[in-house]
Design a protein around this ligand. Structure first.
Ligand code: SF4
Length: 501
């Protein structure tokens, strides 16, 4: 299968994955044979993940299991992808990997590279304070939510709800969506507000605004005008937003058209959330494997091997514990969970509200797995722009000020060491403070009662360290997300300190 063109991107893929693979994800015209091979392998694996009966049948008789489900992939040929002991043995014997497996793996690598690009570059806002604030939230998440979960979060710039509430009512809803009440419809007044709001978001974020999306604690298909809003989004911000819906099986012709139009307008990946094995069967019957090549099936049904996040309605629930038991997974109610993927703004167009948010572990205080720094209302695009800018100015300092309270994040266990200190969270242990008087610096921060200026002064008095040096160290810890920046704590502490001065 030759490469279809010689663009720089093709060259990248050729260098990394050999001359046989063309990129699929961003291609307007993917090579049909390659696309079909990947789509068929993907479908077999979707059956494997979603359907416990299929998993059993596949082990007993691979060809019969695939034949009876009408799957075109050769289960034996792609066995490396679904049978771990077999894959380990084949690899140790250096048996060549079949082309269909290589093609599938290169597609997955393409998707991973796409996600990394979104987080590292495409979702980054233009304004420096805003960009640094977002980077700090990402840094914090590495040690607070764990590498696996953090890699999956792109820290999108904004999300917009086009309804109030959600009609689906999933038991595991990670953001505890309320019951569906009302839709924001595409009438004259709303269209003007919508288009002006998109322009305002475009000005606030720059090109990153194209990576926003139009659902949160809502299902996009609840709104009958969803596609019209998304076409405005594509026209004004440059890209049709990604859709995730749990209702695809109820709206097959509508969804078929949505997949087509979204791809035509620059959307790369869409998602179906699959709530039952019946819905899964309906979807794979209605859509060919090729039609869903760029649509991920998020299999949330009980038979699936996928585990829900410990946040929102799922947090601490009996159903979540049962699911963990069925999958023989270690599960703890303390496990940091979230499904929030926005470090930026969350808008609801029905009640015209905007919040500044960032992901955090779900807790009693933040059950939905995201911090809310501030909330405001707006009645026009211009007002939305002004409100967002004011929040950026208020909540996104690029460095610590003299009177700012300084403390470590409360999820860290602090230990002083000879050379400095260590901070241990649920997922990570960081060794820090490798500077002169590093241990004392750590102890002053861990005391949770000093401001940045007091710490700098104390180290100057006790060790003759220049205050600029201490500020440099403190700001590095701040930007790496080690310091307490939880909105309520930070605001309260600063207020107390300012009153005391
Ligand atoms: S998970 Fe999605 S579809 Fe389900 S209730 Fe929550 S918002 Fe609605």
């Amino acid at each position: 299968m030759p490469l279809i063109n010689q663009s720089a991107q093709d060259h990248f893929w050729q260098q990394h994955y050999g001359p046989h693979f063309a990129p699929l994800l961003d291609s307007d015209n993917p090579p049909p044979e390659q696309a079909a091979s990947v789509a068929q392998t993907k479908r077999l694996l979707e059956f494997f993940i979603a359907d416990s009966e299929f998993r059993k049948a596949l082990v007993d008789s691979p060809s019969e299991a695939t034949r009876s489900r009408g799957l075109a992939a050769d289960a034996q040929e792609v066995r490396l992808l679904w049978d771990l002991p077999y894959a380990t043995l084949q690899t140790s014997l250096r048996i060549p990997t079949p082309p269909s497996v290589q093609l599938y793996r290169s597609f997955i690598q393409e998707k991973i590279a796409h996600r990394e690009r979104l987080r590292a570059r495409d979702c980054a806002p233009s304004q420096t304070p805003h960009r640094k604030w977002r980077e700090r939230q990402i840094n914090r998440c590495w040690t607070q939510l764990g590498e696996g979960r953090t890699r999956a979060i792109i820290h999108a710039p904004f999300a917009v709800e086009l309804s109030k509430g959600c009609s689906v009512g999933c038991w595991f809803c990670g953001v505890s969506a309320e019951k569906k009440k009302e839709d924001f419809l595409y009438n004259e007044a709303n269209t003007k507000l919508w288009q002006d709001s998109l322009r305002a978001l475009g000005e606030i974020f720059g090109p990153a605004a194209a990576q926003g999306f139009c659902y949160w604690a809502t299902d996009p298909l609840d709104n009958p005008d969803y596609e019209r809003f998304c076409l405005d989004f594509a026209r004004i911000l440059g890209r049709f937003p990604q859709t995730t819906t749990a209702q695809a099986q109820k709206h097959i012709p509508r969804v078929r058209e949505l997949l087509k139009v979204s791809r035509e307008h620059g959307c790369t990946i869409n998602r179906f959330s699959v709530l039952s094995i019946g819905a899964f069967r309906k979807l794979v019957e209605a859509f060919t494997a090729e039609e869903l090549l760029f649509t991920e099936l998020v299999t949330q049904n009980f038979e699936a091997t996928m585990m829900q996040s410990n946040s929102g309605r799922a947090r601490g629930s009996e159903k979540l514990a049962k699911k963990a038991e069925a999958l023989q997974l270690q599960h703890s109610d303390e496990e940091p969970g979230t499904i929030a993927c926005v470090s930026g703004f969350l808008l609801n167009m029905v009640d015209r509200k905007v919040k500044l948010v960032a992901p955090c572990p779900s807790s009693d205080e933040w059950p939905e797995g995201f911090w809310v720094f501030e909330e405001a209302t707006f009645s026009s695009g211009a007002e939305l722009g002004a409100v967002c800018q004011a929040m950026i100015n208020r909540h996104m300092p690029t460095s610590l000020r003299h009177n700012d309270p300084v403390a470590f994040r409360p999820d860290f266990k602090f230990s002083a060491t000879e050379e400095g200190f260590t901070l241990t969270s649920y997922y990570a242990k960081s060794t820090l403070g490798k500077m002169e008087a590093g241990q004392e610096l750590g102890l002053l921060i861990a005391a949770n009662q000093y401001g940045a200026g007091e710490i700098a002064l104390s180290l100057e008095r006790s060790h003759g360290i220049a205050p600029e040096q201490t500020y440099l160290e403190l700001n590095s810890l701040f930007q790496q997300g080690y310091l307490h920046e939880e909105p309520r704590f930070f605001a309260q502490k600063r207020e107390i300190r300012e009153q005391a001065v």
